[in-house]
Design a protein around this ligand. Structure first.
Ligand code: SF4
Length: 267
């Protein structure tokens, strides 16, 4: 079995959610505009580093999503997101703070490691390059709101960042956040992940896999109303037995237990 960050993260969010997704094969429908835009934008970034026309790549990738009955949030529209994407690419080029040598090798890099005799773990790291001259692991994010920078050091607690540091053994990590707002902004956030954090993450992965293998899938959504994560969980229709909610949010993909690593390509 090959695990990924997406699987561990889903299990830790709610074990029942993991079961719906990875054992029973229910998958969220790919109609969220923000998520699809993020994928299109990452392809445009790849084009930029490959010295191709990044704006044309963004238009091509985003146009391919235009007729997919997209679900927009925060008053977004297809045109508005495209304009914001073009402005963000311009800003990123002007900043000129990121360098990636040999982009064909150093973008979307696959890392695999053995976790136990019969289990492996896979991660696709966005890039390895330099931020302001310092070599680091790079992660791209697109968002409609700035990432919080307070309190200082917050980024070091991001489990996905710790996971990628654990997979690559690289301590220096930077998150480049492309903020789609009225006046677009690119945030360059950096942090150091310690050996201890990497070791702890390894233990967390092993512990999670042990619990999955012993079929512990009790629902525990965490926090009480009104912060109850069930209210925004795509699997709420399954847990409530409401077919109309299932049809809106999910599609069934049997045999999903062997394809979990594919999620890595969409996060
Ligand atoms: S609706 Fe709640 S209990 Fe059900 S999978 Fe989602 S978070 Fe878990």
């Amino acid at each position: 079995m090959t695990y990924s960050y997406g699987q561990v993260s889903q299990y830790l969010t709610c074990p029942r959610r993991y079961r719906h997704r990875y054992l029973d094969g229910w998958q969220e429908k790919d109609t969220r505009a923000a998520m699809l835009f993020g994928r299109a934008f990452e392809r445009a970034l790849a084009a930029y580093f490959l010295r191709e026309d990044a704006t044309a790549a963004l238009f091509r990738e985003w146009a391919a999503c235009q007729n997919q009955c997209l679900q927009y949030s925060n008053g977004d529209t297809w045109d508005r997101m495209l304009q914001q994407g073009i402005q963000l690419l311009d800003r990123f080029c002007q900043d000129d703070r990121i360098r990636i040598r040999q982009p064909r090798r150093n973008l979307q890099i696959k890392f695999v490691r053995t976790v136990s005799e019969k289990n492996g773990f896979v991660a696709y790291v966005d890039a390895i390059g330099k931020l302001d001259g310092t070599r680091c692991l790079l992660e791209w994010k697109t968002t409609s709101a700035r990432y919080s920078e307070e309190p200082e050091g917050l980024l070091a607690l991001d489990p996905q960042i710790v996971c990628y540091s654990w997979m690559t053994g690289i301590s220096e990590v930077a998150q480049v956040v492309f903020v789609r707002k009225r006046l677009v902004e690119v945030q360059y956030l950096r942090t150091m992940i310690t050996d201890e954090q990497r070791a702890e993450f390894g233990q967390l992965v092993e512990d999670t896999i042990r619990r999955v293998e012993s079929a512990q899938f009790l629902p525990h959504s965490g926090i009480r109303f009104p912060q109850n994560p069930c209210s925004s969980c795509p699997y709420v229709g399954l847990c409530l037995g409401k077919p109309e909610l299932i049809n809106i949010a999910l599609v069934r993909r049997p045999g999903a237990e062997n394809l979990g690593w594919l999620d890595e390509l969409t996060y």
